[in-house]
Design a binder for this molecule. Structure first.
Ligand code: NAD
Length: 260
């Protein structure tokens, strides 16, 4: 369906981003992976994905909290590969703490990665998409782009911010055949969430089991984690021609969480 298109998925060495990269590769897309990890594991991942789906898979290991590195990556990708057709802003980190003791360096890191990195990738890759008169920008936001939880000041601020950015980009790019949407997942069991269980238990003075049952799955009416394939399948649909009129939308995949 997406044969010959090229997609950059940020934060795609793990979790949701990795599932999205696999799904887009399965649809025939050439893939640019990004994120952190062991070089040997990433080399193996690139080879495996390229071999399985018969697509080109390259890797950009830039730290997206550094705007200069994002600029260098965009220049390389545009020069060597002719730009991208699909941009998935997925890389993100989380930190859980009451605001009075929230470390200021964690605030800066979360705003830089979960919000500002998307501003930079969009501003740098949009011109080439406009030239092709086709593009798909998908921001992996969160249910926390729609509602708040205590102890997540930076994350909720960044995710609400990316919701606003999504709408602005959608309006600016709409007449160029480019859509921009945000997906707002509920809890998905990835390494990001694993790390959060202990921090949340500490911040709320409750057990790990209670964090999973009451805090994470409590508001999800389905009482189960969202699966990565449920997000990657939807990304694939948003890239299709059938989704050409869906733009500027904040789209929950949250097991009913934000219906409360
Ligand atoms: P994850 O920890 O499994 O993966 C995060 C990815 O980002 C990894 O590839 C990591 O290497 C990369 N990364 C981290 N810092 C980076 C940096 N400075 N520069 C470049 N890459 C960096 O996380 P995940 O759960 O798959 O989360 C992916 C996205 O989905 C995040 O934006 C997160 O906020 C969002 N999200 C996750 C959940 C969930 O429950 N897991 C729910 C809603 C939204």
């Amino acid at each position: 369906m997406l044969k010959g298109k090229r997609a950059l998925i940020t934060g795609s060495t793990s979790g949701i981003g990795l599932a999205i990269a696999g799904e887009l590769a399965a649809q025939g897309c050439n893939i640019i992976l990004n994120g952190f990890g062991e070089k040997s594991a990433i080399d193996a991942l690139c080879q495996e994905m390229a071999g399985k789906y018969h697509v080109e898979v390259t890797f950009e290991g830039v730290d997206l909290t550094n705007p200069g590195d994002i600029e260098a990556m965009a220049a390389r990708v545009i020069k060597n590969l002719g730009g991208i057709d699909i941009l998935v802003n997925n890389a993100g980190v989380q930190f859980v703490s009451p605001i009075e003791s929230f470390p200021t360096n964690k605030w800066d890191q979360i705003i830089a990665l979960d919000l500002s990195a998307a501003f930079h990738t969009v501003r740098l890759f949009l011109p080439a998409m406009r030239e092709k008169k086709w593009g798909r920008i998908i921001n992996i936001a969160s249910a926390h782009a729609l509602v708040a939880s205590p102890f997540k000041s930076a994350y909720v601020a960044a995710k609400h911010g990316i919701g606003g950015l999504t709408k602005v980009v959608a309006l600016e790019a709409a007449e160029s055949g480019i859509t921009c949407n945000a997906i707002c997942p509920g809890y998905v069991h990835t390494p990001l969430i694993d790390a959060q269980i202990d921090d949340t238990a500490k911040a709320r003075s409750i057990s790990r089991e209670s964090v999973i049952r009451d805090v994470m799955l409590g508001p999800q009416a389905t009482k189960r984690f969202v699966e990565t394939k449920e997000i990657s399948g939807f990304v694939s649909f948003l890239c299709s021609d059938a989704a050409a009129s869906i733009t500027g939308a904040l789209l929950p995949i949250d097991g009913g969480w934000t219906s409360h």
